[in-house]
Design a protein around this ligand. Structure first.
Ligand code: ZN
Length: 324
């Protein structure tokens, strides 16, 4: 072999070794992504019947939410159809007026649409939870599409719920992976890492890249250790659109609201806005929200020129004033 050929082979040797290794790494990543998707689909099939869902929800209660009251049945639509709502309403002393007073302290982006249609977006934060399936059942019953801003939960029941949200035509948005304010808002780097983690998880499970985000606590939160403008710029650089809300149902307060109070808050001032984004919660501690949902939807559907829609790239963006 002449010296020249040997030199070429030596130069190419690292590439000859590296290419199969790189292919192996890529294939291994693909396989784990596909395995996750299969696990998610199998979980959805396992949830096919109400009975099997009940079993899985019971497992979820026992293993994931041990704090739930012993003996409490997971709620299904039929559980409260015709039931006396009053027996489910917890004690509460937060009033409608308190919640509105809080909401008035925020500045909202002004409406731009002017075709006379009042567009209403139901948004559910903090899921998936033991109530996600109930919420999805109710939305299906009324043929309504909504938006879910979810956090990272890595178990088959949660995978199934992420997938169900997407497959039933709702918008699946991100609400951070950990939802721990002190972690995600510690630095721009920590926020970026958390955002990539939830984005990758949702991509792996659903096969779709989420493009909508809701900041935990909203973009106008006063707990972030990092300038929220920096984080907003980061999301924009990633092609992610963040949404706040301009109506709070008040269902996340320290004092639980009754279903009736949640309904009243959620429906306040719909006719005064072209775009209303309502903040609701999908969480194990938010049973009253599930009970409030049918009445919220029925009332909206009975109103003239009101449409209930999922958030899409056509939606007028509602963001709080972050400040400088
Ligand atoms: Zn949240």
């Amino acid at each position: 072999m002449n010296h020249h050929a040997e030199k070429i082979i030596r130069m190419l040797l690292p590439a000859i070794i590296m290419i199969p290794i790189a292919i192996c790494i890529i294939l291994a990543t693909r396989i784990s992504l596909l395995e996750n998707r299969i696990a998610g689909r199998e979980a959805v099939e396992a949830l096919g019947t109400r009975e099997s869902r009940l079993v899985q929800l019971s497992w979820y209660d026992e293993n994931v939410y041990p704090a739930l009251e012993a003996g409490e049945e997971p709620a299904f639509v039929s559980d409260f159809a015709g039931a006396d709502l009053a027996e489910y309403i917890p004690e509460a002393d937060v009033t409608f007026e308190n919640v509105i007073a809080t909401a008035e302290g925020l500045n909202y982006a002004s409406d731009t649409a002017s075709d006379g249609i009042h567009r209403v977006y139901l948004t559910f934060d903090d899921g998936p939870s033991i109530y996600t399936d109930d919420i999805l059942d109710i939305l299906a019953e009324y043929n309504v599409k909504a938006t879910f801003f979810v956090v990272g939960r890595e178990n088959t029941a949660s995978y199934a719920r992420y997938l169900r949200i997407v497959e039933e035509g709702h918008t699946l948005g991100m609400h951070s992976y950990s939802h721990v304010y002190s972690d995600i808002y510690a630095s721009p780097e920590a926020f970026a890492e958390d955002t990539q983690r939830i984005r990758t998880l949702l991509e792996d499970v659903t096969g779709q890249t989420p493009i909508f985000y809701r900041f935990p606590g909203g973009s106008s939160n006063d707990v972030s250790a990092t300038d929220m403008n920096v984080l907003a710029d980061y999301l924009e650089s990633q092609g992610i659109i963040y949404f706040d809300w301009n109506v709070s149902s008040g269902d996340a307060g320290k004092v639980p609201l009754t279903s009736e109070q949640i309904v009243r808050n959620a429906l306040s001032g719909i006719e005064t806005r072209d775009t209303t984004v309502i903040l609701l919660h999908d969480a194990a501690s938010k049973k009253s929200t599930v009970y409030a949902l049918p009445q919220i939807i029925e009332t909206l559907q009975s109103m003239d020129n009101v449409e209930i829609l999922p958030i899409t790239t056509d939606t007028a963006v509602i963001q709080h004033d972050i400040g400088m």
